[in-house]
Design a protein around this ligand. Structure first.
Ligand code: AMP
Length: 278
């Protein structure tokens, strides 16, 4: 596995590739877990070469404490990616990608960013899109892999490739979960085992919606809000029922597989998000 710290060295290596070679790309912020590795595996099944980036993008954090607390486990990450037979890792420092004091670009995501993460994390998606645009311009991957765990981000990126006329195909990969249903996340590293058990309630609520899909949305929403009120360790930030393509709230169920139930909740100071497509 090749590891590059600068875009210059990465680009000189990539320029040696035959034009017919297909490249799959997985952008990550490190603290690699099985969710990331499923993306790597999917890329390996579909592309000739797989590149993974490890970069904690400062412009997508609206909260500096969250940025500083974000887990950093570079050596373990490299070991896991090597074992997964990832071909290339690009792990730059901030100045390889951003000019000093550079801010996120402003995009028009056509309302995809109006609710949920876009509403509660101001400027988050402008930061995400800024870094993904930079990475896509350097790597020019044929395909890029994103987790359905961050479903609103996945829709934002699909919108971004149209805005910037990128030829990269965006592939969504289903969420990988712990045995208890908790969605794998780098932030889970900040939780004790007991807290992880508590946090699994998020998935149980999503599953409750799946099992009771014939009930009205307002009733399910009320049930979940009550459930969180009774669980003192978990603070519900939002629960939204949205349409998959527009990411706008719905009052009534749309066609099957076109609805998403999304939850964000805090346990201690750790913010977790999850969703289920119904
Ligand atoms: P992150 O390092 O959190 O920015 O995540 C990098 C990529 O991995 C994003 O596309 C995430 O959606 C994806 N991802 C994170 N957790 C999971 C998971 N549990 N299952 C599938 N994909 C995931």
């Amino acid at each position: 596995m090749k590891i590059f710290k600068t875009k210059k060295n990465l680009n000189s290596y990539l320029s040696l590739f035959d034009k017919n070679i297909s490249v799959g790309f997985i952008p990550t912020m490190g603290a690699i877990h099985n969710g990331h590795l499923k993306l790597v595996q999917t890329s390996k099944n579909e592309c000739d070469k797989t590149i993974c980036s490890i970069f904690i993008n400062p412009t997508q954090f609206d909260n500096s404490e969250d940025f500083h607390n974000y887990p950093k486990t570079f050596n373990e990450d490299i070991k896991k990616l090597k074992e997964s037979k990832c071909d290339i890792v690009y792990a730059p420092n901030v100045l390889d990608l951003y000019k000093k004091n550079e801010k996120a670009k402003k995009y028009n995501f056509r309302k995809i960013d109006l609710f949920m993460e876009g509403k509660f994390r101001k400027n988050h998606f402008n930061g995400v899109a800024t870094i993904i645009e930079k990475l896509f311009k350097i790597i020019e991957p044929n395909k890029a892999y994103f987790g359905e765990k961050d479903i609103q981000q996945l829709q934002i990126i699909k919108n971004l490739v149209n805005q910037i006329n990128s030829k990269t195909t965006i592939v969504g990969v289903p969420t990988v979960r712990e045995k208890n249903g908790l969605a794998m996340s780098s932030r889970n590293k900040l939780l004790s085992n007991k807290e992880k058990e508590k946090a699994a309630m998020i998935y149980r609520c999503l599953n409750y919606c799946k099992k009771n899909r014939l009930q009205p949305i307002s009733k399910l929403k009320e049930y979940i809000i009550e459930k969180f009120k009774k669980t003192k360790e978990l603070d519900l930030e939002y629960i939204e029922f949205v349409s998959l393509n527009s990411m706008l709230p719905i009052k009534n169920w749309g066609e099957e597989k076109n609805n998403v139930v999304c939850i964000a909740a805090h346990i201690k100071k750790v913010r977790l998000i999850d969703n289920i497509i119904l």
